[in-house]
Design a protein. Sequence first.
Length: 347
Amino acid sequence: MRKPFVHRVSSVPGLVPACLLIFALLASGPVSPVRAEVPPTQEPGVNGQAQTASEDATVSLRPRFIAGQSSRFELWNQVHVNKTLDVQGRTRTVEIRANTTALLNWDVQAVEPDGSAQGELTVQWMRVEVTDPEGQVSRNDSREGSGDTEAFHRALGVLAGSRVTVNIHADGSVRDVRGIDAIEQRLAGLEGDIELRSLFDFNEVAASLCTVPDAPESIESGQGWSHTRDQRQATGTVTRNVNFSLSGTETIAQIPVAMVNGEGTLTLEPDAQRLAETPGLAIRMTAGQYNTQIMMDLQRGEVVGRNANARMTIETVRQLGEAELTMTDQITSQTQLLRVAETEPAP
């Protein structure tokens, strides 16, 4: 068995295996995007009116949860890391690529009068494929009996079937995610020292699964709003500042769909404890951009597809005696999320 290296790469910001998301574009991976046929419903929209696709329509991008609703999503993430090491003018550059595919279930359990809700997020299965600097490919799939890296494959086995409880505000932002500690404890008993956050960030996935964060109660095409989110990483806290805008609405397969664009920046606040414990260490992000496209089903108030792209450059400098080591990571991440099935509660 080869020594596991996968988890060292998958922790880069950009989701998750970050994270993260897509348009109703193409479904990637082995899941066949078979959509459960649900007749269109005329539920109340803004000011009690049914939401329709119209150039000048005022719509609500907030979730419209119903207890008993279920959705299934396919998550795909690709991360490319170009790492350059410089020691006293001598440089070496290596590349690492990681592809992650997962199938997720979202089940609405309870809805409060104010529109907030509690739901359950379940990982059905997960597959990770990593290409190391030598070009060797490591494949691990929770649905298989074994993988190329034993410790990492066992960790995927722990993750498959794991579920957390997610509490969401009426505006689509996540209040909290519960149940992560229990999964971390199960992982802690395995060899390989694999952290859950680097394997699968439940907080980040929950925040970008089926809702648009901080969505206004009503909005017209061309209008927008801003959103800020912090994501904890091994190097510190990455802050994402995004300006969202509604670009328009369309009718797709008799369903009114809102098209939302987001553009923003990424910044890094290095982990103060790590810096204090490592004399001569300095970490900074020299560049960080983020963009996303979202398609929302206005009948269910639910995201049907999301595409997110992140690009960042992180520079780490370490003094080793009289020598200085500089490591520059150029990270590109693309995340796609696609709703592949949905059901309504039984009558």
